[in-house]
Write a protein that binds this ligand. Structure first.
Ligand SMILES: C[C@H](O)CC(=O)C(=O)O
Ligand SMILES: [Mn+2]
Length: 356
């Protein structure tokens, strides 16, 4: 295995890494805390990740730049302030943002670039790479690393994903990512997708795993074995749905497998225990709703929206999630959660002979 040499080590010594770890606690984790991050929390998490040797730290609203809205949930603190706090707190790690075209704008991208952000992940549904061209090209003009990020990758075949990855590469993406946004993929499904894509593109591939089927760590390791050279994690697994691949567990498992992550698992364990867990309103568990997301292939960030809709319209959350899965609803269609809940409430009322 050829190790990646990271010459940007804070100590000036060379750090050999077999893959690059991108931590999304401060972006994907935002979904799980209803986008209520404070600047102090951001600083504490960035300092911990940076000290542990994590190379890239992603910070924005859970739905990316511009996500703070009625549809996706309002942020407690303006994300520009959070990004600025992160940039000021890091000594070595790069600060990244995520941008979903149609939610985030090029103006916002320029603003974070001016704040010192140098990596952007441009996220689209796994069949819609063709809408990233403008954003990837502008990111490159701004001198940023542009990562094309294909969401809900369980909804496309290995061959279909390869075609999408080629489009991203053609537009100038430096790295391509596939995201198991619903935590719906088995390890074999991840292997097949990664093997197909790495064989067909020249830029590195990354995998962003979710935990709904309890497979995030196993799937990340499998992705590495098939040739993925970027892996995602979040501290204590904080993230949408049943959470993400926990960074500290991934680091520990890598070490046991002889895969050099270049990060310090013990420092990441301390961070998870002493900083991240205390700020979590609830711990990440694979409960019924979390598992149903993976089982039915539903976008992870729908979890809390579906919980609120279930309470408001008096229908079981499980029914809402299963129906969303049947309809193959994708990220960005959060408004459909209310539609489905209202429809189910009406059906229940009709069946019971009352008005909804
Ligand atoms: C905007 C999404 O939350 C991106 C992501 O983390 C995923 O698709 O998973
Ligand atoms: Mn995610």
């Amino acid at each position: 295995m050829t190790a990646v040499i990271d010459t940007d080590s804070p100590t000036g010594t060379e750090v050999k890494r077999d893959f690059r770890l991108i931590d999304s606690t401060l972006r994907d984790g935002s979904h799980a805390i209803s986008h209520q991050y404070t600047e102090d929390q951001v600083v504490a998490v960035v300092k911990g990740l940076d000290a542990a040797g994590v190379q890239v730290i992603e910070v924005t609203h859970g739905d990316g730049l511009g996500g703070s809205s009625f549809n996706y949930g309002f942020s407690k603190v303006d994300e520009m302030k959070l990004v600025e706090a992160a940039v000021n707190a890091t000594t070595n790690a790069d600060i990244a943002v995520l941008l979903v075209p149609g939610i985030g704008t090029v103006d916002e991208l320029r603003r974070v670039r001016d704040l010192g952000v140098n990596v952007v992940r441009i996220a689209v549904h796994c069949t819609e790479a063709d809408i990233t061209e403008q954003h990837i090209k502008i990111a490159k003009e701004l001198g940023m690393e542009a990562i094309g990020f294909l969401m809900m990758s369980h909804m496309n075949t290995p061959q279909g994903l390869l075609q999408q990855a080629k489009l991203l590469e053609g537009y100038g993406a430096d790295t391509v990512y596939i995201a198991d946004s619903a935590g719906a993929m088995t390890t074999n499904e991840v292997r097949a997708r990664v093997a197909e894509i790495v064989g067909g593109i020249d830029v590195p591939l990354g995998v962003h795993a979710h935990q709904n089927l309890s497979l995030a760590v196993a799937n990340s390791i499998a992705a590495y074995e098939e040739g993925a050279r970027n892996l995602d994690g979040t501290s204590a697994g904080l993230g949408a749905g049943a959470g993400n691949c926990p960074t500290e567990i991934l680091a520990a498992v890598c070490e046991k497998n002889g895969i050099v992550s270049g990060v310090n698992p013990l420092m990441l364990m301390d961070l998870a225990e002493e900083v991240t867990r205390p700020l979590m309103p609830r711990q990440q568990v694979v409960d019924r709703a979390g598992l149903l997301l993976g089982y039915a292939g539903v976008y992870g960030s729908f979890l809390l929206h579906a919980e609120r809709a279930a309470e408001r319209y008096g229908v079981p959350q499980a029914e809402i999630l299963l129906e969303l899965g049947r309809r193959k609803v994708v990220g960005g269609q959060e408004d459909m959660i209310i539609d489905v809940a209202v429809e189910l409430a009406r059906k229940h009322a009709e069946a019971e002979g009352r008005t909804a």
